[in-house]
Design a protein around this ligand. Sequence first.
Ligand SMILES: *Cc1c(COP(=O)(O)O)cnc(C)c1O
Length: 389
Amino acid sequence: MNKIYFDHNATTPVIDEVFEAMVPFYKEQWGNPSSIHWAGRGTRKAVEDARENVCKLLNCAPLELIFTSSGTESDNHAIKGIAYAKKDKGNHIITTKVEHPAILSTCKHLAKEGFEITYLEVDKDGLIDLEQLKAAITPKTILITVMFANNETGVLFPIKEIGQIAKERGITFHTDAVQAAGKIPINVQELNVDLLTISGHKIYGPKGVGALFAKRGVRLTPLIHGGHQERNRRGGTENVAGIIGFGKAAEIAIRDLDKEIAHLSMLRNRLETGLKEKIQHVYVNGHPEKRLPNTANISFEFVEGESLLLNLDMKGIAASSGSACTSGSLEPSHVLVAMGISLELAHGSVRFSLGKSNTVEEIDYLIEIMPPIVERMRSMSPLFAGHKF
Ligand SMILES: *Cc1c(COP(=O)(O)O)cnc(C)c1O
């Protein structure tokens, strides 16, 4: 059976060049980068070279980049780090209803500690209203955190404009750019951001490594207290091989960006057009233009998304749904629900997130096998039977 992977927003395969760059750091180059003797010097240099490569991906200075264990840790560090550092100035944080759980759970936790959180609504395209953002700001607002690109729909938020609003009011601005990195250009010099999160395994690097850009002068309370690593901002001996892999992945992401954007958007458009042509009652979710080139979030009316995914899996195709199976009950995607999409359609949605190695043949295979699957599922659906066309 052919194996086809359309779930790159969940994770990406480590590319060969990245893996090969990492191997020496599990073998001969095992020194601690904090050691000043021969065993540590080489690893220190390699870590700093990797840092420069990751910085180039964002256009920031090396002292503005903190390596962490994940995108999740970077999000926690940014939010809790500002909340604790600025709690004398205020206790109000603004975010959106469609953030990744790494943001939402952190905010929920802070709410228990007495912080007040505003969750901005989104419209049917998945975007926030900047006037509503302005209206939500109070003298107690210390942080705004809004994602760069949504992981479920690919919708892109106006980061520069949000940053401008925050900057004019002296409020710290963080963005979770885990899904944007490697898929669209990111230049922190132009974006008015103070803090920005990225993750290694979403850009063809290894799992277990992330980074937080913290603009020069932004004071953060550390999340992990320990030694002097990362300029006293993140204790713990560095994940050297992971950092090296992250650096290599960043280098390749910069090199291939234009090519990737063209390749991914061509495939994504072919997928959406093909499915809409072949199957009735199919809707693409999210703003039609303001979105990532690789993500297609599609609702199939009168179809249950989870069963559709199982059917695709049987054909070797890996995709995902927005819904998370929590404690045995299927919750519809919080992102699609926030966009005002009906529960039924939200349950019938599938996310196809494309990547480097996907081909036209794979897309055409999907377009070929989908109609009979959907037709069979609909023929068993009481909702579809009762529907008048
Ligand atoms: C994957 C993801 C994260 C979490 O990153 P990890 O490195 O897996 O912890 C955070 N935010 C977004 C938008 C993501 O897609």
